[in-house]
Design a protein around this ligand. Structure first.
Ligand SMILES: Nc1ncnc2c1ncn2[C@@H]1O[C@H](COP(=O)(O)OP(=O)(O)OP(=O)(O)O)[C@@H](O)[C@H]1O
Length: 232
């Protein structure tokens, strides 16, 4: 499903004409099968966000190949990449990134509106998913009227509403207390099982990585360990 082969990237820092190249990712090779949960673990500064940004096509790597569902993404033009991203990826962030002026239902509905789905169909699809993620009771609540865990459920539902095959999650429980973290991890696991969605989770937290079928550990831009914990 996701194939990253000998990916390297560096950033140039310093004044123009006097730049230094700092390697951030070195010869990364990792593969994620369809339906797996993969965790990319690493301390702050190890290169996790850079790897996720390259995987999502927000950044073009210096060298190496990134393919998703057989499509090599570095060969896509910017507009093709935007289209590819919409169809293939859902995003979950540590800080939820909900629209404050929309209630829970409307936040989840938004991607379907953008896609041009008609209102009655949207309602049916959103209500079904809200039930699945345990949000039916709070459909009309605005983000500031929801707990952190509920806000993350909304953002997970919004990521899933267009049925993307892959969810990219950046520290999805980083803003939550440990009890709520466990609830969200259980939800991710059950959505992965029930819907067959592939998850790539970047985290510094071994607890979060514990739900993954496959763990990759980054240290100073190098993959130090790729562990298959349990098959799907
Ligand atoms: N645009 C940039 N220009 C120069 N250096 C950068 C840039 N973006 C990131 N870096 C450097 O690359 C390294 C990896 O950063 P990255 O954000 O990928 O790490 P991370 O593991 O996601 O860290 P965190 O967990 O703190 O978000 C860091 O040393 C960072 O300073």
């Amino acid at each position: 499903m996701i194939e990253i082969n000998t990916l390297s990237h560096s950033f140039a820092i310093g004044k123009k004409g006097n730049e230094r190249k700092i390697p951030v990712l070195e010869e990364i090779t990792l593969h994620v099968k369809q339906g797996e949960i993969a965790a990319i673990l690493g301390k702050s500064g190890s290169g996790k966000s850079t790897l996720l940004n390259i995987l999502a096509g927000f950044m073009v790597p210096e060298s190496g190949v990134v393919a998703v569902g057989g499509q090599e993404i570095s060969s896509l033009k910017e507009s093709e990449m935007a289209d590819f991203r919409l169809k293939n990826f859902g995003f979950i962030f540590q800080s939820f990134q909900l629209m404050p002026g929309l209630n829970a239902f409307e936040n989840i509905e938004l991607p379907l509106k953008i896609k041009g789905m008609k209102a009655p169909e949207r309602r049916a699809v959103v209500e079904k998913l809200m039930m699945e993620v345990g949000l039916s009771e709070v459909a009309s609540h605005y983000p500031n009227e929801l707990s952190g865990g509920q806000q993350q459920r909304v953002s997970i539902a919004r990521a899933l509403i267009t049925n993307p095959p892959v969810i990219l999650a950046d520290e999805p429980t980083g803003s939550l207390d440990s009890e709520t973290e466990q609830e969200i991890l259980d939800l991710i696991r059950s959505l992965n099982r029930n819907l067959g969605v592939t998850f790539v989770i970047i985290t510094h937290d071994d607890e979060v990585a514990g739900i993954a079928n496959r763990q990759y550990r980054l240290h100073d831009g190098k993959l130090v360990k790729g562990v298959q914990r349990h098959a799907i």
